[in-house]
Design a protein around this ligand. Structure first.
Ligand code: C2O
Ligand code: CU
Length: 460
């Protein structure tokens, strides 16, 4: 190579994003145990948590699309647990739902998970037993399924958002199962972390016009994040792991229900020496929870608009007119009109239900039902009308499938596995039931799930 050629090729190297696909990282053993994490500022004690791999968030799992994820879940907790792989269109027996797809994994016992990851995107895993308590203590982690041809970005970064309810001693406050939380908006915290780092300290060093892929995951029990970005411009490219057919320019805010993910491709548009921010919007104020410190120049101007990510192979929704509609009527909660509901086969008054820890119902039934909400033939199109007759928003999650909202005019929304339905709202969702098995559908505000909001569907 002549000197001139060398200069040219190194100049090109400087101009081109260098995103290197990281090697697959799947530990042979995924261990859940007690651990300590510095969630609060350094002058406070570390917080006692429950964690996968002794870190908050839990060990990041990375794997290539189409590969087989295989890991042994080792339960070193003082309580039984299981692992649910949220958003993965998974083989039913690996879905991690105790009493439905597997037995509880008792303390000191283990369970071998092995499944193919069919879709590229941003997913996560979490405990699916007593999740309102186990997840509030930290039992979750990111699961990244890499595209075979990842988009041209300089960096691929995770932003895992959680809120914690901490006491003055920086320990997790123990009032789990409070009926006040259950009947209102769920257990809301008083301390936010990004990637397990407190909101005053979480940061990343970036360069001017550096292009970042940001993978946001809301792992909070019940907190709906209303976010804004400052000093970064770009696009939403995927929701709940699934690429948008058309990337969408970032607006003034991003709303994320519990369990939802948003993938962004953004360019740093601040100058060296200044700072970009991820904010939560709280009572009209922008409160920074993550900072992007600009330390130099990556390039002279922003790169061109990115292309949409390659679509995953999910069947298109067809024959909508012929598909029957199943209603899912949500009732209960504070300021609700629920007078009674069936619980474990008995009709109970609201007062009797509260004694059982139940405050919400789906179609007049509180808690798990013997019969599924619906039975679908394989590859049948399923339509569900969600009717929120409560005074609260809910983040509804379907296991094993991604669905689309069907708007009044017939337009189909983006693929999602969790959708926010506001108080008194009604919406229709539809999907092709191509994944055989029994699948939960529940509110991902974990206190609502625990106190009534869950049912299931059966795909032949
Ligand atoms: Cu992420 Cu049944 O849950
Ligand atoms: Cu809910």
């Amino acid at each position: 190579m002549t000197r001139r050629q060398f200069l040219l090729s190194s100049a090109v190297a400087l101009m081109t994003p260098y995103y290197r696909a990281r090697a697959a990282q799947i530990p042979k053993i995924l261990r859940a145990s007690k651990a300590k994490a510095q969630l609060a500022p350094a002058e406070y004690a570390k917080t006692d948590v429950w964690a996968f791999g002794e870190t908050i968030p839990g060990t990041t799992l990375r794997i290539k699309q189409g590969e087989t994820l295989s890991t042994r879940f080792q339960n070193d907790l003082p309580e039984a647990s299981s692992v649910h792989w949220h958003g993965i269109r998974i083989d039913n027996k690996m879905d991690g739902v105790p009493g439905m797809t597997q037995e509880l994994v008792q303390p000191k016992a283990s369970f071998d998970y092995e499944f193919v990851v069919p879709d590229a995107g941003t997913y996560w895993y979490h405990s699916h037993n007593r999740s309102w308590e186990q997840m509030a203590k930290g039992l979750y982690g990111p699961l990244i399924v890499e595209e075979h041809n990842p988009p041209a970005v300089d960096r691929d970064e995770l932003l895992v958002l959680d809120d914690w309810r901490l006491g003055d001693d920086a320990q997790i406050s123990g009032n789990f199962g409070s009926m006040m939380d259950h009947s209102h908006g769920g257990r809301l915290g008083n301390w936010l972390t990004v990637n397990g780092v407190g909101m005053n300290e979480a940061s990343l060093q970036v360069k001017a016009f550096e292009r970042l892929r940001l993978r946001l995951i809301n792992v909070a029990n019940a907190h709906v994040f209303n976010l804004s970005l400052q000093g970064l411009k770009g696009w939403i490219v995927a929701l709940d792991g699934q690429p948008l057919e058309q990337i969408q320019a970032l607006g003034s805010n991003i709303v994320m229900a519990p369990a939802q993910r948003v993938d962004l491709i953004v360019d740093v548009v601040e100058k060296p020496g200044s700072m970009g921010q991820l904010n939560v919007i709280s009572r009209g104020k922008q409160v920074p929870i993550f900072r992007f410190q600009v330390t130099g120049d990556q390039r002279e101007k922003a790169m061109a608009q990115p292309r949409a990510l390659p679509a995953n192979d999910i069947p298109a929704i067809t024959n909508l007119d012929k598909a029957p509609i199943t209603e899912l009527i949500m009732e209960g909660g504070a300021m609700g009109r629920m007078r009674s509901a069936t619980y474990k086969g008995k009709e109970l008054t609201t007062r009797e239900l509260v004694q059982e820890g139940m405050v919400w119902s789906f179609n007049g039934v509180a808690g798990m039902t013997d019969k599924p909400l619906l039975k679908a033939k394989r590859n049948e199109t399923v339509r569900i009308r969600l009717i929120n007759n409560t005074a609260w928003p809910h983040g509804m999650h379907l296991h094993g499938h991604h669905f689309r909202q069907i708007h009044e005019n017939g337009k189909q929304g983006p693929l999602r596995d969790t959708i926010l339905i506001n108080r008194s709202e009604q919406m229709e969702i539809a999907f092709v039931a191509d994944n055989p098995g029994d699948w939960l559908i529940h509110c991902h505000m974990l206190e609502h799930q625990a106190s009534g909001m869950k049912t299931w569907i059966q795909v032949e």
